[in-house]
Design a protein around this ligand. Structure first.
Ligand code: FMN
Length: 241
């Protein structure tokens, strides 16, 4: 039975499980996936650049072709829909310009200093971080190191750091999507066990894009939950300083 968890968020967190076998018989509402993806776009994301995309694959030919590329995982095989979460680091300029235009309007009435500060974020800082040409990653790291000698400085400025940052934001959107699905009574399984090269080819994704994860969606079959949940004791991972 699908359960709705809107009344208690903690119940929802307890009940969400990675599901490996989804029900094939019951009606699956694909519109719910769309609604939950809309919620996912509300997730916090670095500099609000929203460098993500979500590709939906419903049951059919394309989904069948995806199954072997997801290493024949049962979650992929039985999923009623697959959601491919894609990072688009390459779209930074467009997204930064959109934020810049939004800030310009938002700060219309603000004093000049405040307005300039806000606009500089997207006009100067984001381009410095996201521009990518040979050697720039090293130069950024040297600048961060130098500035860091005298005052606190963000150290994660290399090209790899930017990639990680984009994936962090995509993962938070993915998580938001999975909780939204659970709130709607549906189950999910995030997967990183797939052949990214072949999936990119099959979906005709741009070369610069990367796949953060593929999320199998459906309604859990009881045997689709592999055992009681296991977690390391909290005192090994949560520290009160
Ligand atoms: C980034 C990521 C990748 C994962 N990849 C897979 C996968 O390829 N196949 C799979 O069956 N589960 C995958 N999982 C699910 C984890 O195995 C699962 O979250 C973990 O065992 C904890 O179980 P729970 O989600 O039921 O609490 C993945 C989870 C995450 C967050």
């Amino acid at each position: 039975m699908r359960t709705h968890y809107n009344q208690n968020f903690f119940d929802l967190l307890q009940e969400r499980r990675s599901v490996r076998i989804f029900d094939q018989e019951r009606f699956f509402d694909h519109e719910t996936v769309r609604a939950c993806l809309e919620m996912a776009t509300l997730a916090p994301n670095s500099s609000n650049l929203q460098l993500w995309e979500f590709y939906r694959i419903k049951e059919g030919d394309l989904k069948n072709k995806m199954v072997p590329l997801c290493m024949r995982q049962k979650a992929a095989l039985t999923a009623r829909e697959l959601v491919v979460v894609v990072t688009r680091r390459d779209k930074w300029k467009k997204r930064s310009e959109a934020n810049h235009a939004y800030i310009k309007e938002l700060y219309q009435a603000a004093d000049e200093k405040k307005r300039r500060q806000a606009l500089n974020y997207y006009g100067k800082l984001v381009p410095k971080l996201y521009t990518n040409f040979f050697g720039w990653s090293w130069i950024k790291q040297v600048i961060a190191w130098y500035l860091g000698l005298k005052k606190p400085m963000v150290r994660e400025v290399s090209e790899t750091d930017i990639r990680i940052s984009v994936h962090k934001s995509a993962a938070l959107a993915a998580m938001t999507f999975m909780y939204a699905m659970k709130a709607e009574g549906y189950d999910t399984c995030p997967m990183e066990g797939f052949d990214s090269k072949r999936v990119k080819n099959l979906l005709d994704l741009p070369k610069a894009s990367e796949i953060s994860m593929i999320i199998a969606c459906g309604e859990a079959k009881p045997e689709g939950i592999y055992g009681k949940r296991f977690r390391i004791p909290s005192d090994e991972v949560i520290f009160d300083l």
